[in-house]
Ligand binder design. Structure first.
Ligand SMILES: [Mn+2]
Length: 347
């Protein structure tokens, strides 16, 4: 301890070893970054941030607004929080990133006209798929982070696209996009119904997991059924509770097979309010939700049933930028889904 401590400004402590998009925003899992579509060449997975924040509905003021306020910052916070992880899961003995090359494609852009915001997402997700990669996205509130992503996926699927949507809420109010005002686009409460009209999306292949609680209304089922959704594909807390009693693992595997059966591709959408409010100290929106191990198991079984070639994409939405522990749960769910595709009998 005799040496006097002194640091030269050029010593390694000031190095930036992790790739950055800009400023202090690193890439997801410190993956290589791409700025142009051509730089996506060779990627198996490409990550896109969709930093859009919806207007907060009256019912979501105060503490309930946390998944609306500041979601423009979610992609960068999600990236920073990813740096502690690699792709290896000892419990499955799979290194996801040994199998799949991830590239971070940066963020989509937000414009004054929401249609331009949507178009930007559609074209960026299109670049990813056209370069042969699977899109992984994080919002931002639903609409740009859900409808626009699925639009690009379904347009390239070459057959029916199945949707498995994890959400406590229906998000299926009636009303077309053309009826929205520019100031108050109603995407947060309508997107799950609007996607059912997208070319390539078959309502009979829409699955909803984790619907529950009194923020939903009595007509929530009707609004899905009148669009052609099968009532048996809407799995509520009641189904989850029953599965816990009878055998959750078998139930999860059976649902995954059902979702993937006959679909050209499957899109997995996760709103973290599907989780029980005890799942994370940072954000819980509703009681009686999935536990962390249950969403990871469902993600794994979905990956296993879908297989790599039919994985259309994985999207997270309405993720609060401050909910660090939710970010980590989402990363686990992502890695578990991808590990499932590694273990699939049909890659
Ligand atoms: Mn929700």
């Amino acid at each position: 301890m005799t040496d006097k401590w002194s640091r030269n400004p050029l010593d390694p402590v000031s190095q930036m070893l992790v790739p950055r998009h800009y400023g202090s925003v690193p890439t997801l899992f410190a993956a290589p970054k791409a700025r142009k579509p051509s730089e996506l060449a060779g990627a198996d997975l490409a990550f896109l941030g969709i930093p859009w924040s919806a207007p907060v509905p009256d019912s979501r003021m105060g503490a309930a607004a946390v998944s609306y306020i500041g979601t423009t910052l979610t992609p960068q916070a999600f990236r920073s929080n990813s740096l502690k992880y690699g792709g290896y899961l000892p419990e499955l003995d799979v290194d996801v990133f040994e199998h799949y090359r991830l590239i971070d494609y940066g963020d989509s852009q937000v414009f004054e006209d929401i249609r331009d915001t949507f178009e930007d997402v559609v074209s960026r997700v299109g670049h990813i798929i056209d370069q042969g990669a699977v899109p992984i996205t994080i919002g931002g509130n639903s609409g740009p982070s859900s409808y626009a992503v699925l639009q690009a996926i379904a347009a390239r699927a070459g057959g029916p696209t199945a949707v498995v949507n994890f959400d406590a809420h229906h998000d299926n109010f009636r009303g077309e996009w053309s009826e929205d005002t520019a100031e108050q686009p109603r995407w947060g409460g309508t997107w799950a119904r609007r996607i059912l009209d997208l070319p390539g999306v078959e309502p009979a292949r829409y699955f909803h997991i984790g619907l529950r609680g009194p923020r939903n209304d009595k007509a929530a089922f009707d609004r899905f059924l009148e669009k052609g959704v099968d009532r048996a594909h809407i799995l509520t807390y009641r189904d989850i509770a029953q599965a816990r009693r009878r055998g959750f693992d078998e139930w999860a595997a059976a649902i995954a097979v059902q979702v993937s059966d006959g679909a050209a591709v499957v899109w997995i959408a996760i709103d973290p309010d599907v989780l029980d409010l005890s799942a994370s100290p940072d954000f819980g929106d509703e009681p009686l939700g999935l536990h962390t191990e249950e969403i990871c198991l469902l993600a794994y079984e979905l990956g296993r049933a879908i297989g790599w070639r039919r994985l259309g994409g994985i999207s997270f939405m309405a993720v609060p930028n401050t909910a660090t522990s939710i970010h980590w749960i989402c990363m686990y769910a992502l890695l578990y889904a991808l590990a499932g595709t590694v273990h699939a009998s049909e890659r």
